[in-house]
Design a protein around this ligand. Structure first.
Ligand SMILES: [Zn+2]
Length: 832
């Protein structure tokens, strides 16, 4: 390329560290929406105040966690339960939208938080990046920085202070599973001893204390034994059985019903599940620590207040509060709860004091019917903006609640109203505050520095482990009830009334004044000069400056927040199959901004604003395409249409109404989106039309589907059986079994060079058996495995061509991989 580009990192500062380090609220979920506990919730919370036990559950991905076990330990046994998922699940597939990689990780993070808001657990992560399927732990720990991930597991032990640790997976290769899974258990076993040693990761000691967990288990299951039948036969006398089917009267549900609701939050993985009731035995296998002689996994662990020095009277008082609690008048418990709180406050500083103070204050707030809310008039603002804030406080029971002070941190506003809240009459204060110029952006913290394939970079120790970025503004309420001081902290949020839904909440976010993004995920230069378009979007009213693309620049001016403009740059390229990264940025008032904004919006999670670098891939390549009009039938979601347009094709997105011979016959080729045969029920009605289209001379390219839940019996016009075979090493050698094959030669002559620079994997769910009508021109395999020849299958059918491919075009094309474009061009050009 003739042009040079500056590498501009996002102008994003990290949130302040120290203040957050010991903030026990930091793992609470969905904090932006004030909780509204009912009398049964409060009774359960009162009972939990009298239980001092902690469990850490460790696995690798969102969905690995056994929600039945987590919910049982949290809701039936009333322990604190935290799920440590080493990754955010970035490398998986998305069943409900087009987010992949880092964006999928953001979506799955929120799904885990929603799952925890159902089962009551807390959520932590490590910095490990889910780089895709990994066949063994050795490979996993080569991509992950083992020491860094281990330090995060140790950090979780020290922060959560578990009595009992439960690993979802086994810590050696006894059971064949994903390498991330085995690695998660191996690291948890190692952390069990390290967490108590002050010389292990001593830098953490400024923010936490060493911790020795009492014992560790492995949450075994039938799926490690290849099936329920095989598991039924094994000797279980050495295992710890737990009936997780117990009934939870305060919830009106069986534990398995709560767990199913929690698991159903993993929607992008298609885990919506039916609930069940009744006895259900789950098993734990002992790993290390102090082995219990009885069936009680907490045997010998004191989970009463007597484990805390001076705690005995608190336990007695809480037991009495529990006994006398009246669901028709929770407020009657407030005086005793205040007394208990005062005794807890008088204890020497320690983990349980802090933990239980947070809990008891929440219980008191609920029993008082006290509602505290702080909302901004807009969901987002930029540094320097004036934001209108509304505070609301209302007490709905007869206790005397004094409002002694309200402050909005950091340093936004402070007032000392000092008056008594009138029973069931709201106190409302409207105030305009100024967002500081140096305010940090509140987009996901782990995406603010370039990541490697295996690791996210998070410098600030206090942020490591957190599920999401701490919010910019918190409101501190100083109250007193019956003369006893009571402080609460709430987050500034935004809410709106959606006519079709009702109240919708979003966290309040601080974002840049301007966003810059390329209009395409990647550019394919087939000529020396190419137009590259950059979209600039205003994050506030009246923003002007210039947009820069390498040495090129153009001025822009936008008047209204949300307004956008597209600027086109003419970019020149040199000859050769070369790729480069283009960076765009905006210069406004002497500052440079180089982030694009991605909103992730689904109705089961709070809307997410993600800042990603304004970059795109540009590849100059010699690309011939003979297909002009290409139809695209969407599956679970991929960016293939944009890639087809880059290749110079006209794309028609096909819907059910278009699936008739007249419309289809005008298309040179039809591409079916990933997992369409798993997700689009109506495809079974169109299958005959698609085959007829091929028979009459069309070209049909079907991308990968998973083996389960296919909507048709016959996915191809000839017998073809899918398997779970993958090639996860993106550098795995590709062998040309049929070098003369048309798809390897026409119109683009391919060589093994075209398989260089692929990302994440070669492909997945390759067919395992196929009819002799298919030809299989390519072969590949992961190191040490037998050859897999089903990655690309081509068959002549009637006058046309049918192609089935598990190659990961949905990853390679958006990433701008030149060889993937050349191969894909050959596929859609078949028969032309
Ligand atoms: Zn997993």
């Amino acid at each position: 390329m003739k042009y040079n580009y500056l590498l501009l990192l996002p102008a994003v500062a990290l949130a302040k560290a120290g203040a957050l380090a010991l903030c026990l609220l930091s793992f609470e979920v969905n904090a932006q929406k004030p909780a509204k506990p009912n009398a049964a919730d409060l009774h359960q919370a009162i009972k939990k105040l009298n239980v001092l036990g902690t469990v850490l559950y460790v696995a690798a991905h969102p969905d690995d966690e056994n929600t039945r076990m987590i919910s049982y330990l949290r809701n039936a046994k009333l322990y604190d339960v935290t799920y440590l998922s080493l990754t955010r699940g970035d490398g998986g597939q998305n069943l409900i939208g087009s987010e992949i990689s880092a964006l999928l990780g953001v979506l799955r993070t929120q799904e885990l938080l929603m799952a925890r808001s159902v089962d009551g657990g807390k959520q932590m992560f490590s910095r490990a990046n889910d780089f895709g399927f990994s066949k063994n732990p050795e490979e996993t720990l080569r991509f992950w920085d083992k020491d860094a991930v281990l330090s995060d597991v140790v950090w979780a032990y020290r922060q959560v202070k578990p009595d009992v640790v439960i690993n979802r997976f086994y810590h050696d290769k006894k059971y064949d599973t994903h390498g991330h899974h085995t690695a998660s258990a191996m690291l948890s076993v190692e952390a069990f001893d390290l967490a108590s040693k002050t010389d292990a990761y001593p830098e953490q000691m400024a923010l936490t204390q060493p911790w020795q967990a009492r014992r560790q288990f492995f949450n075994t299951s039938w799926f490690f034994y290849g099936g329920q039948e095989a598991f039924a036969k094994i000797d279980k006398s050495t295992l710890w059985p737990i009936d997780i089917g117990t009934y939870l009267p305060l919830k009106g549900k069986s534990n398995n019903e709560v767990a199913a609701e929690s698991r159903s939050m993993h929607r992008c993985q298609g885990f919506g599940s039916l609930s069940s009731r009744g006895e259900s035995i789950d098993y734990l296998d002992f790993v290390k620590g102090d082995r219990p002689a009885s069936q009680d996994i907490f045997e010998g662990i004191n989970t009463t207040w007597t484990r805390v020095e001076g705690g005995e009277p608190i336990g007695k008082l809480l037991a009495q509060i529990d006994l006398e609690y009246r669901s028709d008048n929770p407020a009657a418990s407030v005086p005793d709860l205040l007394t208990a709180m005062q005794i807890i406050k008088s204890l020497p500083d320690g983990y349980w004091k802090q933990r239980k103070l947070v809990e008891i204050k929440d219980v008191i707030r609920g029993c008082l019917g006290l509602y505290l809310e702080a909302t901004a008039n807009e969901p987002t603002a930029t540094p320097g903006d004036a934001v209108k804030i509304r505070l609301e406080a209302i007490s709905r029971t007869a206790h005397t609640v004094q409002l002694a002070g309200v402050a909005i941190h950091p340093g936004l506003f402070d007032t000392l109203p000092n008056f008594t809240l009138t029973l069931n009459k709201g106190w409302i204060l409207d105030k305009t505050v100024l967002i500081a110029q140096e305010a940090a952006f509140t987009a996901p913290f782990w995406l603010q520095k370039p990541a490697t394939m295996g690791m996210y970079s998070v410098e600030n120790q206090a942020l490591r482990g957190m599920p999401e970025t701490p919010r910019y503004a918190t409101v501190h309420w100083n109250l007193s009830v019956n003369g006893i001081p009571l402080e609460y902290e709430t987050e500034l949020a935004w809410k709106t009334g959606e006519p079709a839904i009702g109240e919708v909440w979003r966290p309040f976010e601080v974002l840049p004044p301007v966003f810059v993004e390329f209009t395409e995920p990647s550019y394919i230069f087939t000529q020396k000069e190419h137009d590259v378009s950059v979209r600039v979007k205003a994050g506030k009213d009246k923003v002007a400056g210039k947009i820069m693309l390498g040495k090129l620049s153009q001025p822009f001016e936008l008047n209204k927040k949300g307004e956008e403009k597209t600027l086109t740059f003419r970019v020149k390229a040199e000859n050769g199959n070369r790729s480069t990264t283009l960076n765009a940025s905006a210069e406004v008032d002497g500052k440079t901004y180089s982030s694009r904004l991605v909103n992730i919006q689904y109705d089961h999670i709070p809307q997410q604003s993600v800042l990603l670098p304004s970059t795109t891939n540009a590849s100059w390549l010699d690309l011939k395409v003979r297909a002009k009009n290409v139809g695209y039938y969407a599956g679970a979601g991929d960016d293939i249409p944009a890639a087809l347009r880059q290749m110079g094709c006209t794309v028609k997105v096909l819907e059910s109404k278009d699936m008739e011979a007249g419309t289809l016959s005008q298309l040179d080729a039809i591409v079916v989106g990933i997992r369409a045969y798993n997700t689009k029920d109506e495809l079974k009605l169109h299958q005959a039309k698609l085959f007829e289209y091929v028979q009459n001379g069309g070209t049909l390219v079907v991308q990968y589907n998973t083996t389960g839940d296919l909507v048709v019996d016959q996915i191809a016009p000839f017998p073809l059986k899918l398997s779970r075979t993958r090639v996860t090493d993106e550098t795995a050698e590709i062998r040309f079994l049929l070098p003369e094959s048309q798809v390897l030669n026409t119109p683009n002559k391919l060589t093994t060079k075209d398989f260089e620079g692929w990302v994440q994997e070669r492909g997945l769910y390759f067919p395992g058996e196929w009819d002799a009508a298919f030809s299989a021109p390519l072969s590949a395999n992961d190191p040490g495995e037998k050859a897999a020849d089903g990655s690309l299958l081509v068959a002549q059918y009637g006058k046309g061509h049918y192609v089935y491919t598990g190659l990961s075009f949905f990853r390679e094309l958006p990433a701008g991989v030149p060889g993937a474009y050349r191969l894909f061009a050959n596929l859609i050009s078949l028969g032309k």
